[in-house]
Design a protein around this ligand. Structure first.
Ligand code: IFM
Length: 448
């Protein structure tokens, strides 16, 4: 047995997002979000589930913070529902909505938990979707105004800020595959939306600096590591392209001020183009305090004549899969961190999400023995630790998720939490993985 010990100030966190846990979808003056509209439209979400009640966190946040305290969570990453603050997306401020986040943040601070805010985790006000949503450049200014309100209200006490969560997912799942809100299927729109999300990030980061804030700000990307399915040069090229479309497409503008040439060509060949003023890149590529990413799995890539690349399971049955059918591949986390360290100038790195969905059952003693989730966490954190030992500036880890919640188009059918939520009664039960995390935080590491 050996002991894994993390650096002294390592941030042990857990994460959630507003639409996935809050509920209270039409209370205290909150406006409609694109996820309210999407989930209320039949056929979009598993068995018609919605976030109307979700985990009822809006009313139960005190109990939830008490649970975080019990687990010894050091930092809590949560997002702000934009339509709760500006029901129309802009204009008139809804004080009651803002007050909720003030109460939540204050109680976290009183409980010794460091607040970490995500400004956009996908719940765009529907009123802004009605004028084109993220395809409309004006929305980047409305987002900046919304962010200014939040930063002016909470900036003094919140030291950690994530501008946009997973711009790739918001753009591609929402505007190309149509399986997330707002349910559009158009490639050109997708690229424009991706760009405007990056631009919004840049505008808010500039504002944050102008407001002389003392905390740290970065963006949160969804990244996985890509491996060629064989030694065939065509598969190796496809792997580079596959990472290019998801990873470099966002990383290069942020760090190099330009979209990757090869991926631009790829889209040109597909006859998809989009435009932006060149000066956008200056905003987008301002230095961030950290680079955050969400890691769940990795992919094996094969050349595909039509699309250029496709993802396959090279040895079916060899690797475990989670309930999301995502391969469990902890080595990918190490390879990804080291890649970012090498290619993007040794940034400070935060793992802003990592975790796994499994089928959880309450046993006769009322316990949830989620052995697989605990193993998933041990394996991923071991690889994260190895990256730190090999020189990467990994500063913190936010486990996804604090509690079972609304998993977008899968509704409540997937459970990612270290706290079990009975969605009928709203009863919470800490799972065994939660107790393991508690011990890990207390010991700043674990035995393997
Ligand atoms: O639940 C999501 C979260 O909202 C964004 N990152 C991935 C998680 C699991 O799918």
């Amino acid at each position: 047995m050996s002991k894994i010990v993390f650096p002294k100030d390592f941030i042990w966190g857990s994460a959630t997002a507003a639409y996935q846990i809050e509920g209270a979808y039409n209370e205290d003056g909150k406006g409609e979000s694109i996820w309210d509209r999407f989930s209320h439209t039949p056929g979009n979400v598993f068995e018609g589930h919605t976030g109307d009640v979700a985990c009822d966190h809006y009313h139960r946040y005190e109990e939830d913070i008490q649970l975080m305290k019990e687990l010894g969570i050091k930092s809590y990453r949560y997002s702000i529902s934009w339509p709760r603050i500006f029901p129309d997306g802009k204009g008139k401020l809804n004080e009651k909505g803002l007050d909720f986040y003030k109460r939540l943040t204050n109680l976290l601070l009183e409980s010794g938990i460091t607040p970490a805010i995500t400004l956009y985790h996908w719940d765009l006000p529907q009123k802004l979707q009605d004028i084109g949503g993220w395809t409309n450049r004006d929305v980047t200014d409305y987002f900046t105004e919304f962010s200014e309100t939040i930063i002016r209200s909470l900036g003094d006490v919140v030291p950690m800020w994530f501008t946009i969560n997973e711009p790739f997912i918001a753009a591609f799942l929402g505007h190309l595959f149509g399986i997330h809100a707002p349910g559009i299927k158009d490639m050109r729109t997708t690229l424009q939306v991706g760009h405007n999300l990056l631009l919004s990030h840049g505008k808010v980061l500039k504002l944050y600096r102008e407001l002389n804030q003392k905390g740290q700000m970065g963006i949160s990307l969804n990244l996985s590591y890509k491996y060629p399915a064989s030694d065939d040069p065509a598969d190796i090229a496809a792997t580079n392209l596959s990472f290019g479309t998801v990873g470099r497409w966002f990383l290069d503008p942020l760090y190099k001020g330009q979209y990757p040439e090869d991926v631009l060509r790829y889209y040109e060949n597909m006859k998809v183009s989009f435009s932006y003023p060149e000066e956008d890149m200056k905003l987008i590529s301002q230095p961030m305090d950290f680079l955050a990413f969400n890691y769940y799995s990795s992919e094996f890539v094969k050349h595909d004549d039509e699309m250029g690349f496709t993802h396959i399971d090279p040895e079916p049955g060899k690797f475990e899969e989670t309930e999301m059918n995502w391969l469990v591949y902890p080595q990918g986390l190490y390879d990804l961190i080291m890649y970012l360290d090498r290619e993007y100038g040794k940034p400070n790195i935060i793992i802003s999400e990592n975790g796994a969905a499994y089928k959880d059952e309450i046993n006769s003693n009322g316990r949830i023995e989620d052995v697989k989730r605990t193993k998933y966490l041990i394996d991923h954190l071991s690889h994260a630790h190895r990256a730190i030992q090999d020189g990467a500036n990994l500063k913190g880890y936010y486990l996804w998720s604090l509690m079972d919640n609304f998993e977008w188009s899968f509704g409540y059918s997937k459970r990612f939490g270290i706290i079990y939520v009975d969605h009928e009664t709203q009863k919470r039960i800490i799972k065994d993985s939660g107790y393991w995390y508690k011990e890990t935080i207390a010991n700043n590491g674990f035995d393997i």
